[in-house]
Design a protein around this ligand. Structure first.
Ligand SMILES: Cc1cc2nc3c(=O)[nH]c(=O)nc-3n(C[C@H](O)[C@H](O)[C@H](O)COP(=O)(O)OP(=O)(O)OC[C@H]3O[C@@H](n4cnc5c(N)ncnc54)[C@H](O)[C@@H]3O)c2cc1C
Ligand code: FES
Length: 268
């Protein structure tokens, strides 16, 4: 584990803050990879790398406060110390050329934002669909809007309460684009698992290659403890990004079941 000093703390939404730090290994991570973040005296939790800046040797995470560890992290200030391990796990396959669809919700947008930046560098045409319950919760909207305004890409937002973009679910918008006969060479998704499961079924129906980034309880992050299993896979090592062929093999669990901290299976 390396200890790093927080370079900046930025409020992104009413419940999500970004934490930037200098760490060469993290800055060289690939889109989709995650790190283990140690909050001194509290806990160690997995977080996606939301900014990858190898030139500046900087990286960042975007944290939503949901419990004890994320709450403690959320209250940390510039100059405070955290510990980092990683980067760990698989990354998205970066399509070079073609037209791709990215579908994200909640903190899932943290792992899709660096992917969008990499895809634009590769001259890939990006259609980015972003969903939230309400306008204030759309994470990284301005960052993606400004990225795609300088490329061939487009950004479309949905909110469940209709406060911004189209009213409804992001998966409904994705389905509409497929049914209008738009063609995509790849679909990437990260967000609530039920959302990703709907995208998985849509991509299957329309015969489009698919990748999703999954979350499970993690302790070791190096394939030893078994906390993060889904079917025959360990999410920390074989994932968090899984291809459609792998998801076919765990279809009875993906979007349906997860394991609690004590190993009990619960419905998603
Ligand atoms: C690969 C991966 C990437 C993630 N990326 C992000 C991210 O970019 N931003 C973000 O805000 N969150 C991310 N998470 C979720 C984040 O790790 C949990 O919200 C965090 O661990 C909650 O800890 P807590 O003590 O605050 O909450 P707790 O009260 O302990 O738990 C609240 C809920 O968080 C989940 N959770 C708790 N501990 C873990 C754990 N060790 N591993 C996985 N899930 C856990 C459970 O669903 C639990 O019900 C990611 C999780 C994984 C597995
Ligand atoms: S977190 Fe221990 S095996 Fe994945």
């Amino acid at each position: 584990m390396r200890t790093v000093k927080l370079l900046s703390v930025t409020a992104e939404t009413p419940t999500v803050k970004s934490f930037k730090f200098i760490d060469e290994l993290c800055s060289k991570g690939e889109p989709g990879q995650f790190i283990m973040v140690w909050i001194p005296g509290v806990d160690e939790v997995p977080m996606s790398l939301s900014i990858l800046d190898p030139e500046g040797r900087q990286a960042a995470i975007a944290v939503k406060r949901v419990g004890e560890a994320t709450d403690a992290l959320y209250n940390m200030k510039t100059g405070d110390i955290i510990g980092v391990r990683g980067p760990f796990g698989s990354s998205y396959t970066v399509s070079r050329a073609g037209k791709v669809m990215l579908v994200g919700g909640g903190t899932g947008l943290a792992s899709l934002a660096p992917l969008a930046e990499r895809l634009v560098k590769e001259m890939t045409e990006v259609t980015f669909l972003m969903g939230a319950k309400t306008k204030d919760e759309l994470l990284f909207y301005e960052r993606i809007r400004s990225l795609l305004s300088e490329s061939k890409g487009r950004l479309m937002a949905t909110t469940e309460d209709g406060s911004f973009g189209r009213r409804g679910l992001v998966t409904t918008l994705a389905e509409k684009l497929f049914r209008q006969d738009e063609k995509f060479s790849m679909v990437y998704t990260c967000g609530p698992e039920r959302m990703m499961q709907i995208m998985f079924l849509l991509a299957k129906e329309f015969n489009v290659p698919f990748e999703a980034s999954l979350e499970r309880f993690m302790r070791c992050a190096i394939g030893l403890c078994g906390s993060c299993v889904i079917g025959k896979y360990r999410v920390c090592q074989n994932g968090p990004v899984f291809r459609d062929q792998q998801l076919n093999e765990v279809e009875d669990e993906f979007g349906r079941w997860r394991r609690e901290f004590d190993g009990r299976r619960t419905r998603i």
